[in-house]
Design a protein around this ligand. Sequence first.
Ligand code: FAD
Length: 436
Amino acid sequence: MFERVVVIGAGAAGLAASWAAAQRGAEIRLYDPSIGASCLSGGAVDDRPWEQVARATEVLQLVPEAGPLPESVRSFAQELGLWRLPSQGECLCRLATESGRMRLARGHDTSLLDVARLPTGARVVLPRLARPEWDADSLAASLSADAYAQSRRIVFEAVNAKVLKHVGEDRIASAELASRHDDPVRRQWLAERLGEALVSAGGVGGRSSGSQRPVDAVLTGPWLGADKPIAPWLADRLGVPVGEVLSGVGCAAGMRFESARLALLSNLGVELVPRPVSAIAAVEGELRVTVDEDEHRLTDAVVLAIGGLAAGGVVYDPPEQSAGRDLPLAGRAPFRLSLDAPVRLQAQRQPIDVVGSIHGPALDEVAWPVDADPGLLEAVGVACEGLEAAPQIFAAGDVVADKPRTLLQAVYSGVLAGAAAAGEPGQIERSRRPRR
Ligand SMILES: Cc1cc2nc3c(=O)[nH]c(=O)nc-3n(C[C@H](O)[C@H](O)[C@H](O)COP(=O)(O)OP(=O)(O)OC[C@H]3O[C@@H](n4cnc5c(N)ncnc54)[C@H](O)[C@@H]3O)c2cc1C
């Protein structure tokens, strides 16, 4: 049994690894000085890249149903308390994007609206408000024209509503507006204003007002809580589903992940140490982890969950980056990790040092995704045998080469890596078995 486990990176993979290792009684140190892809999440939770799922359902004319999820992933998600993951056989989720399209997802942050759960012919209203990211009229027109909305006769409509309360709220960041709704008094105010808007728009369900059709749901921008998702509370108050659109990076959904992460770590009794790890080295049967160049810690196992290029766990560093006025002094692999470790990098099943020239790879040719190939930048990472990147170093999430990069993949690989690092019998041997 390993007893001391160092987890490097606290995104979805590192968090799941800490959870799995803590359940097995390991002593855990978790390091992360910054944020990565999980904290930049827009609120969609996928198991496979959603474009592939969409293409497969379209080409094969499949009903987009949720497939099975490993029990460990469900248990982790339940303890995180942030995501809704439909059960096997239920409809996959349909999220309205801020660019006016509808996209499939395996699950979502509970402050987002799942359009798939609305009745056929539903009427969805969007509050009109003066914010740069929100043109309710254009968005409603675009979403109503989406093929999925048309196939289910779902109509989106902009309505007048007073969602902004204070001077300047038309200019603050959307995440800041979301965080103002963490305050119970402000949240209550929002519920009252949306309630008034619903009455003017025709009421809801049995309480329809006037001659208009009742409203079936409310779609908002990414403003429904930065600490916790407040959409379920609003829906309860208003009597109709309420939820956000799927937004880009740096919005409230990522902040809600950070907040749920801290709550889960506190339940586990694991501290998040905000310092970078700079090196891992094997020393007489143990691993020595160097933190911030100045602290050394001996451990039995490491979970490497430092993310991909988006998180800075993998760094693009072609030789010409350090060239002077002439050619670089020497050639080297164009990628490295954010720390020194006795592991190998690969991309598209090839060692990384064969990718490109002294100037690095020709990114305009190899970085773009083509069909199922996600492109070089999404593929580059640590080569693993099963879960192991080197003896006692288990890799999980986006740092692993040639694996799909989604939140649920990160969680699943994190759970397995955490269990293996904590020395779960069978897990390591199983991880080494060649994949078919
Ligand atoms: C723009 C974008 C959109 C996405 N959209 C979706 C989507 O719609 N649906 C979906 O399912 N997935 C999506 N993904 C993918 C998903 O977010 C990732 O697969 C997942 O979050 C990866 O989790 P992770 O824990 O492996 O890495 P990350 O969440 O990136 O975490 C890695 C962590 O490691 C830390 N770290 C790095 N180096 C060190 C070091 N030396 N010492 C200590 N800590 C270190 C970083 O600070 C970071 O916090 C998206 C990703 C991006 C970038």
